[in-house]
Design a protein around this ligand. Structure first.
Ligand code: ATP
Ligand code: MG
Length: 561
């Protein structure tokens, strides 16, 4: 084997590099991403997508197949297959011509099953599910042979044919591989290959009333597609002997190598589709694409970029050992990406009106603001200024404590790219709540520069009251308030939902340019955070923005206290 440098490669990439250098598989590299269309993809799937499609991209001959593992018709649907394809494409990957469905192989798979029966390597078993469990044995005790294990090939072929033809009801019989009921690996104790399910399939309709099981389908689908490296998560390590048994026992075009890696576990969320579906069904979230969900569609709606998710997957890497990744790593990935690419905008979340008393009533002007502080290529824009503006309520305190440098009575601050203003008067309602500030501005400070070198300690964001657009802004926090909501099996993970994960601010004011925002834009609202238009719930003249992530990691601070 020629010497290759694998020092910078993870263990899977090392195996692939070595196999290619050794000329294995005739120099081919074929991976696959095999989702079951029984829900939407989540961030854990993104790890598998980036690995399988990413690996294929790294070699000129690399190919990655998209294959739907659609063998459980009652849980699967066209909606899910379409959503999954859209998500993978959005992440930036392309399977080209290589879109496959396990259901396309149902005929061939059935033929393979007939072959196993003919070889005496599979039999029809008529035990009930309960009996079968009892016969299976335990981790410590071997199983017992089914009384039907000795059925003749002829009888088995006839029964299998009958199963296929719908002559029996659900559960009456199953087809099982004849392997070893005493195997220490329970997966090898005569696993089921086919079961009767009289339900329609979203692609094959009512053609079939028996459906093949995962291990049988998966190994043979891989072989038929001439996959070279079949990458899956660690829980399938115990299934590898069975994967290999099917491929060794049957005549298949090739024998792909199954390699297992650690699945992604992320703090402050749950990852399995089953649990995500529970939250959707129980309306604890607003659908699979709720921006708090760690689904690809949720992250997209929230304002994560495809690049940020790929960056995250590259950062966490691929390893053999299980670990939990901190949510902060995902949040940092999007923060870093958006910091570079997101144009800056002005938006006031808690509007407090400021009247600039020495600014003429009818006057309006347009001020030039840079779209990005470090990237002049992103250009500038004009924002309107007038006598009445809004600043954020949090930027004013009537009795400021020591380290509060923002606006206060008698104090001068800078309005971003506009003017210096000084607060002269605080107007309150009958209950004593502040309703308006009356300020004066220095006309010589236009653009926000100091006219005479005098310094101000704060720069505030603002919008012109007359021109601003009313918007709804949704602030999201982590969906769970426990790092591992599944830690205690006796406590339902939903008990750990964070009641404050969504805060709706219905009465915000944003700069007029944001009326043209689309869902392909990503913004930083200066001093506030990164935001993204919610294209689903925005209305003309009333945009809704989702906070993607805060400017800084506030949870790290909490954790450090
Ligand atoms: P879930 O438990 O969420 O239903 P799954 O494994 O049943 O996930 P599939 O649709 O069967 O979902 O998965 C498609 C591929 O994605 C599989 O190869 C699986 O190993 C991989 N995958 C699923 N979850 C993760 C995860 N958390 N980390 C890495 N890969 C994952
Ligand atoms: Mg699954």
């Amino acid at each position: 084997m020629s010497e290759i440098d694998t020092s910078n490669l993870d263990f899977i990439r090392t195996i692939v590099a070595q196999d290619l250098a050794a000329g294995k598989n005739d120099g081919r590299l074929v991976t696959r991403f095999p989702p079951e269309p029984n829900g939407y993809l989540h961030i854990g799937h993104a790890k598998s997508i980036c690995l399988n499609f990413g690996l294929a991209q790294e070699y000129p001959q690399g190919v990655c197949h998209m294959r739907f593992d659609d063998t459980n018709p009652e849980k699967e649907s066209v909606e899910y297959t379409e959503a999954i394809q859209a998500d993978v494409k959005w992440l930036g990957f392309d399977w080209g011509e290589n879109l496959f469905y396990a259901s396309d192989y149902f005929d061939v798979l059935y033929d393979y099953a007939v072959q196993l029966v003919a070889m005496g390597k599979a039999y029809v078993c008529s035990l009930t599910a309960e009996e079968m469990r009892a016969y299976r044995g335990t981790l410590k005790e071997p199983g017992k042979n089914s009384p039907h294990r000795q059925r003749s090939v002829t009888e088995n072929l006839a029964l299998l044919e009958g199963m296929k033809n719908g002559e029996f009801s659900d559960g009456a019989h199953v087809l099982r591989a004849k392997i070893d009921m005493a195997s220490p690996n329970i997966n090898m104790r005569d696993p089921i290959i086919y079961r009767i399910r009289k339900v329609s399939h979203h692609r094959t309709g009512d053609k079939w009333c028996i459906y093949p099981m995962y291990d049988f389908t998966h190994s043979l689908s891989d072989a038929m597609e001439k996959i070279t490296h079949s990458l899956c998560t660690l829980e399938f390590a115990d299934h590898r002997p069975l994967y290999d048994w099917f491929l060794d026992t049957l005549q298949t075009p090739c024998h792909p190598q199954q390699i297992e890696f650690a699945r992604l576990n992320l703090n402050f969320t749950v990852m399995s589709k089953r649990k995500l579906m529970q939250m959707v069904d129980e309306k604890l979230v607003n659908g699979w694409d709720d921006p708090r969900m760690l689904t690809i569609s949720g992250l997209r709606r929230r304002g994560y970029t495809p690049a940020s998710i790929r960056r995250f997957c590259a950062e966490i890497g691929v390893a053999k050992r299980e670990s939990r990744i901190d949510m902060g790593i995902l949040e940092n990935a999007v923060r870093d990406d958006l910091n570079d690419i997101a144009p800056r905008r002005l938006a006031v979340l808690h509007p407090l009106k400021v009247v600039i008393t020495n600014y003429p009533e009818e006057k309006e002007e347009e001020l030039t603001v840079a779209n990005h502080p470090k990237n002049p290529e992103m250009g500038t824009r004009l924002i309107p200024f007038s006598r009445e503006i809004y600043i954020d309520h949090d930027d004013f305190l009537e009795e400021p404590p020591k380290k509060f440098f923002r606006l206060a009575p008698g104090r001068e601050v800078r309005l971003r790219a506009a003017y210096f203003i000084t607060c002269n008067e605080v107007v309150k309602d009958a209950e004593g709540a502040i309703i308006e500030l009356r300020c004066s501005y220095d006309p010589a400070s236009r653009g926000g520069s100091s006219p005479d070198g005098r310094k101000v300690k704060a720069t505030l964001h603002w919008v012109s009251a007359r021109h601003a657009v009313a918007a709804e802004i949704r602030l999201y926090d982590r969906l769970f308030n426990q790092a591992n909501p599944e830690a205690d099996p006796d406590i339902d993970f939903k008990e750990h939902l964070n009641p404050d994960s969504l805060q709706i601010l219905a009465d915000c004011r944003v700069e007029p340019s944001l009326l043209e925002a689309t869902s392909s834009d990503y913004f930083q609202f200066e001093r506030v955070g990164f935001f993204h238009l919610d294209s689903k719930e925005s209305r003309p003249a009333r945009p809704v923005f989702n906070r993607t992530v805060t400017l800084r990691d506030t949870w790290a601070k909490v954790a450090a206290q």
